[in-house]
Structures are given as C-alpha cells and as structure tokens.
Design a protein around this ligand. Sequence first.
Ligand SMILES: N[C@@H](CCC(=O)N[C@@H](CS)C(=O)NCC(=O)O)C(=O)O
Length: 277
Amino acid sequence: MAKVDTSLPAELSGAAAQLGAKHANEHPLKLYGGWFCPFVQRTWITLVEKRIPHQYIEINPYRKDPEFLAMNPRGLVPTLAVPVGADGKDQRPLYESSIVCEYLDEAYADGDKYGPRLLPGGPYERARARLWMDHISSKIIPGFYKLIQHTPEKPYTLEQAREDLHKNIRALVKEMDPSGPWFLGERFSLVDIQLAPWAKRLWLIDHYKNGGTGIPKEGGDEVWARWRKWFDAIVERPSVKETWSDDERYVLAYKRYADDTTNSLVGQATRQGEKLP
Ligand SMILES: N[C@@H](CCC(=O)N[C@@H](CS)C(=O)NCC(=O)O)C(=O)O
C-alpha cells in the first residue's frame, strides 16, 4: 500500500480551532473534516454562511478507519452525517463537497432561520452558476495542483502550468458580474465558495514555486483587475477566515505537494494526469 500522509498535525489551529470549539458539542448534523482540506473548507464555509447548527469532527482521512469507510466508501473528507426521521436521531451519510454544499443550501432554505440561499432562484441563472462551479472544479483546481506539484522531471514546464491556470481563471473572471465583488455581483453564492479555499491557498504556490502564480498583484488588464476585486473580497470574507488554521500549518501540509511526494488521492491523480477524485 502507498505510504499515506498520516503525520500531519492532528488538530485545528488558529481561527479554525476557535470555530471548531464552538461546534464541538454533540449534534445530529456532523461534518467530518480535516483542517488542511480545501474540499472540507467549502462545506464548512457553507455551514457558516447559512448559520446551520452542526458538530465539527476532525479526522484523518488518510487512515481509512473502517467506521469512516462505512460512511464514505471513497474514504474522503468532507463527509457529512445527516439527521433523518422525525426525531433526527438516525443519520445518513453524504459526501462530495459540491453535492454537500448544494444539499445544505436546499435542506436549510428557511431564510428566517438560516442564512440566505446560495444559488439563484431562476433556472437559467442557477444552471449558469453550476456551469461555472463545474469549470472551477474541472479546470481551475486541477491547474492549481498541476502548478504546485510541478518538478523539473515533469513533461510540462512551470510556465505552461502557470499559463494553463491563468487561462482558466481568466475564463471564469470574464463571466463575473462586472461591478462585483462576487461572481453574481452583490450576491455571495456557491460559485464563490467553490473556489474560495484554493484562492486562500494561492500564496503557497508563491511560497514554493519559482515565479509563483505569476498573477499580477497590480496593473495588468481589466480581467486581472476584476480578479483582484474578487480575490481581495474572498480572502477577507469572515466565513473564509474563520475556517482557516494557522498559515504555517499549510506550509507544512503543502510541502508534500510542492515536492510531489504526496500520496493523497488528489496528488496521485495529478501525477498521473487523471481526473481528481
Ligand atoms: N471530490 C471530493 C474530494 C475530497 C478530497 O480529495 N479530500 C481529501 C482531503 S483534501 C481526502 O479525503 N483525501 C484522502 C486520501 O487522499 O486518501 C470532494 O469534493 O469532496
């Protein structure tokens, strides 16, 4: 069996530790997560934005404990335990971050009790939001890993990986409401949440790779200016900051990606040029 990444710090830190402490009590809606995981952060941001009562449980998904695999045979976090039945005492599992986020938005739709809906109401606008959520997951995120996992032995250059990431980010930005700050303008949505965790991790590419992301920090054309408006807003969004552990923990966690020695399923898929799990 491939050597697994089980040596990471086992607990939340920083702002995320404070949030986790507020959600440590037993609750029928449970999020099983890992502090380092951007897919988990998507789900946690959604819970915070919607003000949904829940319990956060930190686990290490690389261990593949039998109880965890019984809930999620894919062995990935986030995994959600969802209360079912009248008394909510029984639970059923749900997984895949995009699906979990949409579920939470629908299941906790009452605007008097929970935060606002995170997808537009009209069928066309909702489908268009999903189209760009898919673009983020199928194009931008694989590009993030391709760049951070670049090593001199790769069949592509660092510059090619950077250009690929730029092209796919720019395609998204051109679809953003021009006034902003969010993808849909004034309205924060699942499209913003879909990319937020990787936007928050872009500095790790600057930290580890020669020339960094290459995204202009100032100047450039109007597309990059619109990107910065979104980026500056997303990294300051309270739900994004509250679900973030200490910076140095991520430096530690992403070293295995930067050296391309990680055995995470995401890392392996990137190495083999396959679709992400
Ligand atoms: N497609 C999944 C991906 C989740 C994922 O890859 N999670 C990682 C942690 S960031 C994981 O659990 N990895 C366990 C492993 O690679 O064995 C989702 O969107 O939820």
